[in-house]
Design a protein around this ligand. Structure first.
Ligand code: NAD
Length: 261
């Protein structure tokens, strides 16, 4: 895929989708730096990827919801892996809840976590990509940017802002050899989905397994996704093979969304 030896930074990667992206890129030979909010979680993830792939992965402690965390991750990560050709802009998800119930502080926190983190990491990564004449920005957003999800108001709104940013950016940096795309996960079996299933199980008198099974009922492929199925798509978008794809919001959802585009 033309990923061998390319420096790649993957944010929020101690588990879940970020971890799967870091693993997929390392499997293709990329030199990966990842971050998590604690140094211990980042080190542990880097060790696991290293033992599966034989590559050395740089671990960085950074909270990407802060300015210093987001920019510092790219600055330090690029130093550790000698540049940044690939940025996977990922973060945790904001708390659930209805649009009408959220406070200003809730909105601000979601914007910092899911919008400004991407803006800040990209800003710091672009000079490296321009210098290299190769750049791949891949953001992890959500199927909610095409079809907002009930009771996830913060996520729906913050990711819509991120999508506007990415689509605008894609037109600005194309001539520098930089592509900008997003992957829109549907329902992928990670800790976040399990946590949400546990919360639903508690309020609806179901077991966690029943709540998870219900999530898969309207997925045409008949099951929840696996994190590595997102990681593989991200690795493709980051690769030389995806050179003519930009501004693309790619659903990885087992066919869940009904919209035409
Ligand atoms: P997860 O909770 O399983 O993992 C999130 C990872 O991000 C963890 O490693 C956590 O330590 C790290 N993290 C959280 N906040 C961070 C911060 N501020 N700074 C640095 N690291 C941080 O979540 P996931 O399922 O892997 O989801 C990743 C993203 O994709 C989230 O934004 C989520 O909302 C979104 N998403 C997930 C799904 C899904 O089905 N899993 C669907 C749509 C969108």
């Amino acid at each position: 895929m033309g990923l061998n030896d390319r420096p790649a930074l993957v944010a929020a990667a101690s588990r879940g989708l970020g971890f799967a992206c870091a693993l997929a890129l390392a499997r293709e030979g990329a030199r990966v730096a990842l971050c998590a909010r604690t140094g211990q979680a980042a080190e542990e993830a880097a060790r696991r990827i290293g033992s599966e792939t034989g590559s050395s992965v740089a671990a960085i402690e950074a909270d990407v919801s802060t300015e210093e965390g987001a920019m510092g991750f790219v600055r330090d990560g690029a130093e550790r892996v000698d540049g940044c050709h690939i940025l996977v802009a990922n973060a945790g998800g904001p708390k659930p809840g209805r649009a009408q119930d959220m406070s200003d502080d809730d909105w601000r926190a979601a914007i910092e976590l899911n919008f400004l983190s991407t803006v800040r990491m990209v800003r710091e990564a672009l000079p490296h990509m321009r210098r290299a004449g190769y750049g791949r920005v891949v953001a992890i957003t959500s199927s909610s940017v095409k079809e907002p999800i009930p009771n996830l108001a913060l996520s729906n709104a913050a990711r819509a802002a991120t999508t506007g940013f990415l689509k605008t950016l894609a037109r600005e940096v194309g001539e520098d050899g930089i592509t900008v795309n997003a992957v829109l996960p549907g329902r992928i079996l990670t800790d976040r989905i399990c946590q949400m299933a546990r919360a639903r199980a508690g309020s609806e008198e179901l077991t966690e397994d029943e709540a998870l099974a219900q999530q898969a009922v309207d997925v045409p492929l008949g099951r929840l996704g696996r994190p590595e199925e997102v990681g593989d798509v991200v690795a493709f978008l980051a690769s030389a093979r995806a050179a003519y794809l930009t501004g693309c919001m790619l659903s990885v959802d087992g066919g869940l969304l009904r919209s035409l585009f």
